[in-house]
Ligand binder design. Structure first.
Ligand code: GUN
Ligand code: FE
Length: 444
């Protein structure tokens, strides 16, 4: 690579295709996590991609890479892409509305009627086109997405997500009890038959998108449905996503619905859908018992911490530092439309803010999250559900986003970590000027 080549490739003007097969470098101020406590900064550094895989970060271009294409993003920040461990695609249109309700009333009066609209494939296509475009324009490069119970709509969502180039797990939702007729599968048999039909149509069909089993939450699924989903899970080797211990009334309801279970977590665990050989994400985990914490640790169940949603639905404040200290894998989720922003960057600030409130008002033994810890959860922590994702350490998938802060004029110079922090708290999609997923440039 010659320097003149690097300078002729100005980010945001020309861009490049980021050919997945050949090596290239991005140049800029690079920040990435190596662990919850290690946020590494390399000013004016090079992050190198070969065949979609990160080859590491260097202050100078190493000899063996001289001559490769280099995109010089100059003063901009380059960070790993965000992982959204928990988002509901059908809820995207009404995010930021009806924020005065708690979970169960919100589900019944707002969410279930809205999700029922996705039985109409034309509506689903229109709505999911908007969702997919917005995901493409944001900083998320990996996502775990809930669809609805409808097979056709969920396939449309998967087709549209595939076109974005973003890595995603997408789930057809299972729900055969405790919701109105307009949004309830007729029986466990029909729920399983539709799920099988959906899996037959989607397993192995996409490059970036994979199916994930998605029992909505225990109140929506009969025991028989859970039992039979576990059979499908083994047959198709599927991961699982669901909700756990989000809201106090919900937890009480699960106690009444499943008196024989050892607790809410056990309503999944007793069917083998709670970690171990079954990669699992449980959203929220605001009120876990000691027993549940121990099982989640042992079985490495991922927590999708959704701070903004937990605030919007008045759910509570999850003890995230405890989970990190226990070694439970934790990532961040937007939980749109429980949460109002689809940006995981926003969740970093909210995770920190909520942890401060918990520390001040609830439990002085758990210190607030640091920026390094919250950034880790948004990138490497959640990314681990997808494999080696969410860092610029060698061997990780080359997922990068490039952020400019030129719209924040300053009377003095900030160090890179303060610049990142300000982008987290004040930035939006307009600050995003480059995005790569597995080494391929995503057109913004
Ligand atoms: N629990 C069951 N369904 C949902 C949902 O759609 N959103 C949230 N936040 N919690 C749920
Ligand atoms: Fe949710």
């Amino acid at each position: 690579m010659s320097d003149s080549h690097a300078q002729s490739q100005h980010a945001g003007t020309k861009g490049h295709e980021g050919q997945a097969d050949s090596a290239f470098a991005l140049k800029g101020t690079i920040l990435y996590s190596e662990s919850p406590h290690q946020l590494t900064v390399v000013k004016d550094g090079y992050v190198i991609c070969r065949q979609g895989i990160c080859q590491g970060v260097y202050p100078c271009l190493p000899k063996q890479y001289q001559g490769i294409l280099c995109v010089d993003y100059q003063d901009a920040l380059i960070i790993p892409g965000m992982t959204d461990l928990h988002i509901h695609a059908p809820q995207f249109p009404y995010r930021g509305t009806s924020m005065d309700l708690e979970l169960l009333e919100w589900l019944n009066t707002v969410t279930f009627p809205q999700e029922a609209k996705y039985r109409d494939a034309d509506y689903a296509r229109r709505a999911y086109q908007i969702f997919a475009q917005e995901m493409k324009k944001g900083a998320t490069t990996s996502a775990c997405i809930f669809g609805t119970m409808h097979v056709e709509a969920t396939e449309i969502l998967m087709d549209l997500m595939e076109e974005t180039g973003i890595r995603a797990y997408v789930g057809k939702v299972n729900m055969d009890r405790n919701s109105p007729d307009i949004l309830r599968e007729e029986s466990w048999e029909s729920s399983i038959a539709h799920t099988r039909q959906w899996l037959e149509g989607t397993v192995g069909r996409y490059r970036h998108v994979k199916p994930i089993l998605t029992p909505r939450f225990t109140p929506s699924c009969t025991d028989k449905l859970m039992e039979q989903l576990a059979v499908l899970r083994k047959e198709y080797h599927l991961p699982v996503q669901s909700h756990l211990s989000e809201n106090l009334s919900e937890i009480q309801w699960v106690r009444e619905l499943c008196p024989d279970a050892e607790g809410y977590g056990d309503t999944y665990d007793r069917y083998g859908m709670f970690g171990g050989s079954c990669p699992t994400i449980m959203a929220h985990c605001v009120y876990l018992t000691e027993k549940e914490i121990a099982r989640m640790k042992e079985q490495q169940v991922f927590v999708a911490h959704c701070p903004e949603s937990n605030m919007d639905l008045s759910s509570g404040i999850a003890p995230v530092r405890r989970y990190l200290e226990e070694g439970i894998p934790v990532g961040l989720g937007t939980d749109v439309a429980g949460g109002h922003h689809s940006s995981v960057l926003h969740q970093i600030g909210d995770a920190i803010g909520m942890s401060k409130l918990r520390w001040r008002l609830v439990d002085q033994s758990l210190k607030p999250l640091t920026l390094s810890e919250a950034f880790y959860m948004a990138t490497m922590g959640g990314g681990a559900f997808f494999g080696k994702v969410g860092s610029f350490l060698p061997g990780y998938a080359f997922d990068a986003v490039v952020l400019t802060d030129q719209n924040f004029p300053r009377p003095y110079e900030f160090d890179p970590i303060r610049r990142l922090e300000q982008l987290i708290y004040l930035g939006d999609d307009r600050n995003l000027i480059g995005k790569y997923c597995s080494g391929k440039q995503i057109r913004l």
